[in-house]
Design a binder for this molecule. Structure first.
Ligand SMILES: [Zn+2]
Length: 426
């Protein structure tokens, strides 16, 4: 137990709260990618005072990047006294739009009842603040530490991370030998370690028809009715089959321990973004966006074949049925090994702070860890941070101040173990 380090973090509770409030006050809404530069500059300014080298890396040409909305990331690095491993804390600075239903200003950062309220409080400016305070406390206690510490504030996680972690990973920021261990302080509850996520396959299915006057639909071919047949086949054959598939991955919540598919959108016929009455037409095209989440036990080619087999069967059995399918995005499932050094180090922190073993979880949806694994080829990575995942993206989002303090202690212990302790040998 590291009483001195813990006491330092406890003594900085008002500083940790103030830092969280400051971060919330940058309305880093994505889309469009508002206030990224001032937020990144604020983080850089703070870390420079502690001796960090700071670098702004703009995701040039990535989706949404423009001079009005530059995709500006901040990467800060502090070299230790002697060579060693590098531990990197990565937080996204973007937040989703506030939406409706707030009982307060979402970007004021109100402190009340031991909580900080605001858009991004939980997802994930509270986690970013906790990691900064954890690192600063560690540096104060162990000024002669070996290796290096990095802290990044990255953009666009909420929209796929292409201008953020993916861009940095392409430039080598998330690969060995620069970095060895990565902790992403996403809100996963303070006593849980998130090892990875399920896989994703997004695709667009289009059914084809033939346009004709709506008073004589028999002269045309209705693409929307063909899509109805697709939906029926999915209801009858696909959804029940997905229900049966269970994973050994510790996904939370429980419902996500199965394969799932969301029908994200259906578009067919004339769009209704006009005033007046529609004209009578038989639609010649209908498209559906599907969002299939799959398990470590599933192969992506089989996942795709389940859908295309149904479409091929319709093509055989239903007259004039024709379709096209195109991939929009795919991400393979990911699960960091429980024996990995970063998992062991943070687990040790959870045991010291909470006097119990951590819970290991898998996220139902993906986050930036995917880019670190796939592009950076770095697998010693987890998500660990304060905040209740269910509060993310909701009105009156908040983070518990005690939760941030406890998580900061866990991160500081994990950092110490990775840089100086047993985990370094692994
Ligand atoms: Zn997040």
């Amino acid at each position: 137990m590291d009483d001195g380090l813990f006491k330092t973090i406890e003594d900085r509770v008002s500083e940790l709260t103030a830092l969280t409030v400051d971060l919330i006050r940058f309305p880093t809404i994505n889309p469009p990618g508002e206030a990224y530069v001032p937020c990144a500059e604020y983080i850089a300014g703070r870390l420079r005072k502690r001796g960090f080298q700071t670098e702004f890396v703009r995701g040039d040409g990535t989706p949404g990047d423009s001079d009005r909305y530059p995709r500006t990331n901040i990467v800060a690095r502090l070299e230790g006294r002697t060579p060693g491993k590098t531990v990197h804390f990565n937080s996204h600075i973007d937040v989703v739009d506030s939406g409706l239903g707030w009982s307060m200003d979402p970007f004021e950062g109100i402190v009340r009842d031991g909580k900080v309220f605001g858009r991004g409080a939980c997802d994930m400016k509270g986690g970013l603040a906790a990691s900064i305070v954890a690192v600063e406390a560690f540096i104060d206690h162990y000024p002669d530490f070996p290796g290096a510490i990095e802290i990044s504030g990255t953009v666009d996680e909420e929209s796929g991370g292409f201008g953020g972690v993916a861009y940095l990973a392409q430039k080598g920021y998330f690969s060995k030998p620069r970095v060895d261990h990565v902790i992403i302080p996403e809100p996963r509850n303070k006593d849980r370690i998130c090892l990875g996520h399920r896989g994703v396959w997004w695709a667009e299915i289009e059914t084809k028809g033939e346009v004709a006057h709506g008073s004589m639909p028999f002269l045309g071919d209705c693409a929307v009715r063909h899509m109805g047949a697709v939906l029926n086949a999915f209801e009858r054959d696909l959804f029940p089959a997905l229900e049966q598939k269970r994973t050994s991955m510790p996904v939370v919540p429980d419902g996500a321990k199965r394969s799932t598919m969301n029908i994200n959108a259906i578009r067919g016929g004339q769009y209704d973004d006009f005033t007046g009455l529609p004209s009578p037409n038989v639609p010649d095209s209908c498209s559906m966006t599907i969002d299939r989440r799959f398990l470590l036990e599933e192969d992506i080619e089989e996942v795709k074949a389940e859908v295309t087999d149904i479409l091929e069967r319709l093509k055989r059995d239903r007259s004039d049925f024709d379709y096209e399918i195109s991939d929009i995005m795919e991400v393979l499932p990911l699960m960091t090994d429980r024996d990995a050094p970063v998992v062991q180090a943070v687990a040790d922190g959870i045991r010291q702070v909470f006097n119990k073993d951590p819970e290991y979880v898998i996220s139902p949806g993906t986050y930036d860890q995917k880019h670190i694994a796939r592009i950076g080829h770095l697998h010693d990575c987890i998500a660990y941070g304060p905040g209740i995942l269910d509060l993310a993206h909701r009105p009156d989002e908040w983070i518990g101040i005690d939760d941030m303090v406890e998580s900061a202690k866990v991160m500081a212990v994990g950092l110490k173990a990775l840089l100086t302790g047993a985990a370094q040998a692994a």
